[in-house]
Design a protein around this ligand. Structure first.
Ligand code: ZN
Ligand code: ZN
Ligand code: ZN
Length: 277
């Protein structure tokens, strides 16, 4: 499996627009891996995790054909992970020709919230009624903790996240053959049920991208900070762990952050990073 990181920033993008903190100022000067778009990954060019606001520009930058995407795994509906404007352009009114049918996997609450956002773009638009799903060229699959779903020759395991209970936030493991990729974003510390499911898996997790919104010694709400990710990386034995969803809060420049994580047995992802599993 090939994993392409389309974006590795938290909600604010990094550097944060208008922010003059030392991290943002240094990031602007250095550029390169310090410039982070909102978090999203693409698997084998056809499974997208999170249709975020930077989706189109990331596809342009990395030479991705968005027309080949056949499956969207939506973790939750927050605005840095779901841009309804991108999804609504699939309807015939935008003169979109022959879009590839797309399966959308999301929790029930997330699908309802995505539908509210779609309706703000186009009156009446919803994922919850068959005529609109047909117009959008999508099928929906409801995700709940412990579900094992299929998309073509991929297995998708759904795990709960306590990030936003009202949105029933989900995390996903995508598995093909011997490769399994765990997208753990957005999330605070994993719930006991999620650890239980992870420890009972009948296959190893090859790689994991883990929410590291806040840097070393910088605890924050609803997400993980670097010291917690280091503990998770140690507990996920034999898994290549990469930090993602990185904000300006407590995070040093990329090379320094990456050195900090590597000293603790994991890595810091960056926009455009491709890994083969
Ligand atoms: Zn987020
Ligand atoms: Zn800043
Ligand atoms: Zn979120």
């Amino acid at each position: 499996m090939e994993i392409l990181f389309l974006g590795t920033a938290a909600a604010t993008a990094t550097p944060l627009p208008f922010c003059r903190c030392p991290a943002c100022q240094a990031g602007r000067r250095a550029g390169g891996k310090n410039l982070r778009k909102r978090s999203s990954v693409l698997i084998d060019g056809e499974i997208l995790i999170d249709l975020g606001p930077d989706f189109a520009s990331a596809c342009f930058e990395y030479g991705v054909s968005s027309a080949e995407i056949g499956c969207l795994l939506q973790t939750h509906s927050h605005s840095d992970h779901f841009d309804a404007g991108h999804l609504i352009t699939r309807i015939p009114e935008y003169a979109t020709e022959n879009p590839r049918p797309m399966q959308i996997v999301a929790s029930g609450a997330c699908l309802a919230h995505m539908s509210e956002k779609l309706a703000r773009e186009e009156e009446g638009a919803t994922l919850l009624a068959a005529p609109w799903r047909e117009k959008l060229g999508v099928e929906i699959v409801r995700a709940a903790h412990g579900n094992r779903l299929r998309y073509k020759n991929y297995e998708i395991l759904c795990l709960e996240s306590a990030h936003d209970l009202s949105d029933e936030s989900m995390m996903y493991i995508v598995r093909k053959g011997d490769a399994a990729f765990f997208y753990a974003c957005d999330t605070p510390l994993f719930t006991p049920r999620t650890w239980d499911a992870l420890e009972k898996l009948d296959f190893p997790i090859t790689a994991a991208a883990v929410d590291q919104t806040y840097g070393p010694d910088t605890p924050g709400g609803g997400h993980l900070y670097a010291n917690q990710v280091a503990e998770i990386a140690a507990r996920l034995k034999n898994t290549r762990v990469l930090a993602t969803h990185i904000s300006h809060e407590g995070t040093p420049p990329h090379e320094e952050m990456d050195a900090w994580t590597r000293a603790r047995g994991y890595e810091t992802a960056w926009d455009g990073l491709k890994i083969q599993l």
